[in-house]
Design a protein around this ligand. Structure first.
Ligand code: ADP
Ligand code: MG
Length: 685
């Protein structure tokens, strides 16, 4: 009796060599084999009369073998089997190369289904190396919808098909099944036997759809149960109560009217802080949606409660900018704002640290310098991290350790589809700002090739002559052996631009290897308008605000992810001026071009990240599986959203009823979750 946990090597029809190949595909056990789902399917369910065959088109033919197959040796090592087949409509030559064993299988006078392509050579019509099966045998590779599996060296479709078929039969009803019966019934999902049979060997497309729905549901349900349980078991730590002041005082002090989406996110957050348990909230919004205001509102409430806040940003440039923004927004309301960065003098730091400890400072804005041991607070109640994907989980918690259960607010710059956000940030509550402040103009975007370079240079000149400024972003800092040919590097390219192309303009360069004070000086000069063209690496990707910049040029754009390009593009169009984004790429790859074309038509960061996710998968999206989600076998987190919603509902209901998944009827579910999460439990943040 076969067991789902059996090593693939000992599974019938596999053996040592094939087991090796299968392991490369991640198939290690019988269960893996049964869950190795087809990449796609080919509809071979219709047969075509011989006379109606079209050259080059794959088709099935039901025909009699008209003569004894003949074996011929054409040259050394090459054997031919030739025969003629016939149906009511005509006849056809069939040739097999190097498959002399077919002589034993094909019997004169018997009927078979052949699957292959018609080859026409002058008047000679033939089929070469077709697949075939006896007409009266149960169809596997002909006469039906046939699965197509992803292969690797040492495996063939036929081997996989027959191994899976045989072992499915062998397993009988003993198939992977993590769904409790009531869930299966309630959501009208088919049974595992039906699902596994039809996902591999669909009786028809309707059956395939039913099978897919069940298996996707099951996968998402298991994941949702795990995440829901994790979220609920998060110790609801008590948090200091920051009672909500009259928010009108804050709103009426602003230089603009907060958007509805900003107000609703602020509402979520202040509610959390007043609740008595500590806030753990993620604010997500497209570039320029005004996330900073949510932070400012929370800081203000904290200040009103007589408590301190810390705001951590990934770069000094951003710290400076946020320091300025918060000073503008909050100083008039009486909040004392300070900053702490690595480049400050020891004396400056000492002073700041002492007034921080003394409680005179209500908001400290800083880089990860905030984490260091000598930073002490009087009464830290709120920790905000910006662009959280730049910080490790550990850094975040190190800052939180500076106080008892401070409220935490995380601002994410990468908009991701809501469903995905809910899964990835399973332990965070999520507020989404899905509305831009009024009056934002679309940034016109062009994906162009090298042939446009001259024209773009002229366009850059024109923008500058109109008083605007230009960003140029390169994928690397310096030329070196590791850089592939043709990559524009910030140091060399800025030199070329300033010496050869725009000698009359002020060109400067900024990148991550520069010392912080140098970076700051350059950035400040750009903000002040004394630099026309700023060549950089992606240090400008996040946050930096230069309202006078109207053109973003990205070199070797194919080397950036879509979400990253969207972030870069978000650096322009922040002022009154019509803005543009030019994506240079000379790539010939279709995929890369298709990706860049998406940028031309799409402006919504959430939609772009969905595309990015679809094209690159969640693994790449967040860097080496940083998100800690187990790999999805069949579900696609973007396109299977409807099923995901059902699965999440079902999961919530189940966890309501059985919070620790301890009931006997849920044992298979529990086992599956343990299996999936045994390595990733700690990486999920
Ligand atoms: P992001 O979400 O990218 O961090 P910011 O908070 O930096 O966005 O805001 C982008 C710009 O929009 C800033 O210049 C900010 O002053 C401005 N802004 C924010 N909210 C509003 C609003 N409700 N109305 C007008 N301008 C706003
Ligand atoms: Mg921001």
């Amino acid at each position: 009796m076969a067991n789902l946990g059996d090593d693939i090597r000992y599974v019938k029809g596999i053996g040592e060599q094939r087991a090796k190949a299968l392991r490369k595909l991640g198939v290690n056990t019988l269960r893996d084999l049964i869950c190795y789902f087809p990449r796609t399917y080919e509809d071979r369910s219709r047969t075509t009369p011989i006379s109606a065959l079209e050259p080059g088109q794959p088709a099935c033919v039901k025909a009699l073998v008209a003569n004894e197959p003949v074996l011929a040796r054409v040259r050394r090592g090459m054997e031919l089997v030739k025969l003629r087949i016939a149906d009511d409509s005509g006849s056809l030559d069939v040739t097999f190369f190097n498959q002399s064993y077919v002589r034993q299988q094909l019997k004169k006078g018997q009927s078979y289904v052949f699957y292959g392509r018609l080859t026409v050579d002058g008047f000679h019509r033939s089929m070469i190396n077709p697949l075939f099966e006896p007409e009266d045998a149960p169809p596997t590779v002909t006469g039906r919808i046939v699965p197509i599996y992803r292969l690797t060296a040492g495996l063939s479709q036929r081997v996989l098909i027959s191994a899976i078929k045989h072992n499915l039969d062998e397993c009988g009803d003993d198939l992977p099944n993590a769904l409790p019966d009531p869930v299966e019934e309630c959501y009208e999902l088919c049974q595992p036997t039906f699902a596994y049979k039809n996902i591999h060997f669909p009786a028809d497309f309707g059956a395939l759809e039913l099978a897919r729905r069940r298996l996707i549901f099951e996968e998402l349900f298991v994941l949702s149960c795990a995440l829901t349980r994790m979220k609920r078991s998060r110790v609801r730590r008590s948090g200091v109560i920051v009672s909500t002041p009259d928010m009108d005082e804050f709103y009426s002090s602003l230089p603009f009217v907060a958007t509805g989406a900003q107000k609703s996110a602020i509402g979520d957050a202040v509610h959390d802080m007043a609740s008595g348990t500590s806030m753990n909230r993620l604010v997500q919004g497209d570039v320029g949606s005004g996330k900073t205001l949510v932070a400012a509102a929370c800081i203000w409430c904290t200040f009103k409660g007589g408590l301190q806040s810390a705001f951590m940003a990934p770069t000094e440039i951003l710290v400076n900018q946020h320091f300025q923004t918060f000073t503008e927004l909050l100083a008039p309301l009486g909040v004392r704002v300070a900053k702490l960065t690595g480049s400050m003098t020891a004396k400056q730091k000492r002073e700041i640290l002492s007034s921080l400890k003394g409680g005179e400072i209500s908001l400290i804005v800083g880089t990860h310098a905030l984490i260091s041991d000598n930073v002490e607070f009087n009464d830290l109640a709120l920790v905000i991290t910006d662009e959280q994907h730049r910080f490790g989980v550990n850094q975040r918690s190190a800052l939180m350790d500076k106080s008892k259960n401070p409220h935490t607010l995380v601002m994410s710059a990468t908009p991701i589809p809501r469903t995905l956000a809910l899964m990835i940030y399973g332990d965070l509550d999520v507020s989404i700002i899905d509305e831009l402040p009024p009056g934002r103009q679309k940034v016109d975007t062009y994906a162009v090739g090298e042939e446009m370079r001259k024209r773009i240079y002229n366009f850059m000149r024109k923008q500058v002559s109109e008083g605007r400024q230009v960003f140029v972003v390169c994928p690397a800092i310096d030329e070196n052996e590791e850089q592939p040919q043709g990559i524009k590097t910030a140091n060399q390219y800025s030199k070329e631009l300033s010496e050869k192309v725009f000698p009359e303009l002020r060109v400067a360069c900024i990148h991550g290897n520069m010392k912080s004070p140098d970076k700051d000086r350059t950035m400040e000069a750009f903000v002040a308008g004394s630099i026309d063209i700023l060549v950089s690496t992606t240090v400008v990707e996040v946050g930096v605000d230069v309202p006078n910049a109207s053109l973003m040029v990205v070199e070797n754009a194919e080397r950036f992810g879509l979400s990253q390009l969207h972030q870069l593009r978000g650096r322009v169009g922040r002022g009154r001026h019509k803005s543009y984004c030019v994506l240079f790429s000379d790539t010939k790859g279709d995929d890369a071009l298709a990706r860049l074309k998406i940028m031309e038509k799409e402006n919504d960061g959430f939609k772009i990240s969905e595309e990015d996710l679809r094209l690159r998968g969640p693994g790449d999206f967040f860097g080496a599986r940083q998100h800690g989600l187990p790999e999805m076998h069949i579900a696609d987190l973007c396109t299977d959203v409807r099923i995901l919603k059902d699965a999440q509902d079902a999961a919530r209901e189940l966890i309501d009823d059985d919070p620790d998944i301890k009931k006997a009827e849920n044992a298979p579910l529990k086992a599956r979750i343990d299996e999936l999460f045994d390595i990733s439990e700690n990486t999920l943040n």
